[in-house]
Design a protein around this ligand. Structure first.
Ligand SMILES: *[C@@H]1O[C@H](CO)[C@@H](O)[C@H](O)[C@H]1NC(C)=O
Ligand SMILES: *[C@@H]1O[C@H](CO)[C@@H](O)[C@H](O)[C@H]1NC(C)=O
Ligand SMILES: *[C@@H]1O[C@H](CO)[C@@H](O)[C@H](O)[C@H]1NC(C)=O
Length: 374
């Protein structure tokens, strides 16, 4: 009897424990099912991608070159010569182009680009959030290769100013990302409604052309909150349409915040990572300050012509050792891991004749006539 009395409660405890476990398993299972169903297919793919990122790799670290192109790569012949000077397993190439555009024998002269287009690319509208979406897609795909340790974002009009080994050693020697980032005092691109996700004192401006270390590439690819705020509040200001009368006033008040000049620098600042940045870009640009009346963006990059690519001019760009940030009274002496270095590794915008001249002057690789005749 005693035994039974002792036994019974304990069995009851076991049973109720079991029931409890079963019920919770049931509830949890149901919740998991609901959650799983609520994920869109692309979320499932995203998660699978994230799992891929942490693989082991043998062989050297790679630099991922990420090209944002409108369509083809007009300067592919120059980049082709550049990559010829590299060991095959020290770099990766990814291109975001318009949806459906494929790089093959008929669209590029450099086999390095064959099949390197993103299969999930989107239609990019210059000056809108779709541009930073495209950058994030590039980073996400490049993160699938665990050997990719540096991520260099480039436009279709960018050129290298050095050979591959010089650029590889420069970016690998830096434990920091290169992100141009400064306080934006004159412009009125910050929208008060971005707060509290983006407080005004974390709003930064800078060049879109960044070079990232892997942990920063992950922060950007994984961001869901800050990108959503950019998508919501960065609308392109439409041109004035007289037939709309007074409505123009409202339309013009919509914020034209140029997401690509703010997103990466603002996000990394929000995450407290500013101390892990060399706060400058590696891409040299000449700004044309003359402004037309319809211009909303103000300055425009100038395009290098054949005549601009004189040896002295390229030498002068390569000798730049510091940058003056007027809004912050800051002079940035260009350094990598505390050693002085030239500020710029790349330049834009280059026309094809200008890029030809750069190639023939042997700037990116020893010049080989055959590369122009193909
Ligand atoms: C690459 O360029 C650097 C600096 O301009 C030079 O010292 C080096 O010899 C070049 N390397 C090759 C393989 O051409
Ligand atoms: C940076 O410099 C330190 C000291 O000179 C050195 O130990 C370290 O390896 C360097 N970092 C990189 C990434 O080269
Ligand atoms: C600078 O911009 C103005 C106005 O957009 C244009 O007319 C001029 O050709 C540009 N100059 C150069 C050198 O690109």
């Amino acid at each position: 009897m005693r035994k039974k009395l002792q036994y019974a409660p304990s069995r009851r405890i076991v049973w109720s424990g079991l029931k409890c476990a079963l019920v919770s398993a049931f509830v949890l299972g149901g919740l998991a099912l609901l959650w799983f169903n609520s994920l869109s297919e692309s979320d499932a793919i995203k998660d699978a991608r994230r799992m891929l990122r942490y693989g082991e790799y043998s062989g050297p670290d790679r630099v991922a070159f990420l090209f944002l192109a409108r369509r083809n790569l007009p300067l592919d012949f120059l980049w082709g010569s550049f990559f010829e000077g590299a060991e095959e397993d020290t770099f990766s190439i990814y291109v975001h182009s318009e949806p459906g555009f494929a790089f093959d024998e008929s669209t590029t002269r450099s086999p390095f680009f064959y099949g390197r287009e993103l299969k999930n690319s989107i239609q990019v509208k210059w000056g809108e959030a779709s541009m930073i979406e495209a950058e994030r897609l590039l980073l996400e795909v490049a993160l699938e290769e665990p050997a990719n340790q540096r991520f260099v974002l480039l436009s279709d009009s960018c050129v290298p100013l050095y050979n591959f080994s010089y650029i590889y050693n420069y970016v690998m020697a830096s434990p920091k990302s290169f992100v141009d980032s400064f306080l934006d005092v004159k412009e009125h691109r910050y929208h008060p409604k971005m707060s509290p996700v983006i407080p005004k004192n974390k709003w930064r401006k800078g060049s879109q052309w960044v070079t990232l270390i892997r942990s920063h590439a992950e922060v950007i690819a994984d961001d869901e909150h800050v990108i959503a705020v950019f998508e919501k509040f960065c609308k392109r200001r439409p041109p004035i349409d007289l037939s709309k009368g007074k409505l123009n006033y409202k339309l013009q008040k919509q914020h034209n915040c140029i997401p690509d000049e703010h997103y990466v620098q603002t996000l990394l600042t929000l995450k407290g990572l500013e101390s892990e940045l060399e706060r400058r870009t590696l891409t040299f640009t000449v700004w044309n300050q003359s402004k037309t009346s319809t211009e909303t963006r103000g300055w425009h990059p100038m395009t290098f012509s054949y005549a601009d690519v004189r040896a002295e001019k390229i030498k002068a760009i390569k000798e730049i050792s510091h940058i003056n940030y007027e809004t912050e009274f800051r002079i940035e002496w260009c350094q990598v891991n505390s050693t002085s270095v030239p500020c710029f590794l790349f330049a834009r915008k280059f026309s094809r004749p200008a890029a030809m001249r750069l190639l023939s002057e042997g700037v990116v690789a020893p010049f080989n006539v055959a590369s122009l005749l193909e």
